[in-house]
Ligand binder design. Sequence first.
Ligand code: SF4
Length: 306
Amino acid sequence: MSKETLERLLQDISNTWIHPQGLHLAGGEAFLNFELLLFGVEKCRKLNLSIEYVETNAGWCLNFEIGLEKFRLLKEAGLKNILISVSPFHAETIPLKRTLAAIEAAKEVFGPENVIIYMEQFLPILARFGKEKPIPLGKWLEEFGAQKAGKIFWDGYALIPGGRAGVELGFLAPRKYPAQAFAGENCAREILLSRHAHFDPYGNYIPLFCGGLSLGKFEDLPSFVKTFDYRRLPLVKILVEEGPFGLAQFASHHFGHSFDGLFAGKCHLCVEVRNFLQKKDVFPELSPKEFYSNLRSHLPSLKNAS
Ligand code: SF4
């Protein structure tokens, strides 16, 4: 996201809602562009927008001193709390020693009570694999077997089966259902009522955790919020009124494709149907494209490991 876009977005958030709450600066990985992150924190302070936390995977934290330096700059800019991610999915690319260095430095700078470790219970499990190197997801399957690894991933991390989670790890989910099981489960609450959204670097307004589903562009947020009508977006309308099973029926009716097999949850079915529809290249709601082109990066190696 450019500095100008972020500046305008924060200004617009402040003009659009009276008391916006639970603002997170996150990613992707927010520290990849540290200058922008610092700018965002300062801007929030000037606008009196309260940041609940900045979220990081700690991949940048090569050692304790680097952690101290960056966290001190953020604290001086006005940040009070930080969230450090700990999970098999983050450890897939981040060596544990970096996560531990970041936790130690964050506690020193912000105070332990202002550091959220999400999720702390994974620290001892990750340590079993060693601290020096990232841990490919396949290693979990080798170490614990597919069934137990599946339980650790799904129940241990409370995975939401949107995005790569359902598509790549759905086969390991302890509970799976046919598409029909989601008939009648609409997404009005998630899309219209959750009061939780993500703003992506491509300018999309993404409801709740519905990655790859854009309600529109946020370049003029006040007018977007004022004039938004879900009925103008054909796929969003189906999801709001009928949920992903309705979307599967739409795909089947218009494009002759059926969604057999089992799904780890309604969001898994939704992503599979959207992934199919996105390839038709006629639904701007299915944005950004990058969400769809990155869906299946690990599948063959994981299936082999299981
Ligand atoms: S099923 Fe689709 S629209 Fe509904 S909450 Fe899940 S990802 Fe969002």
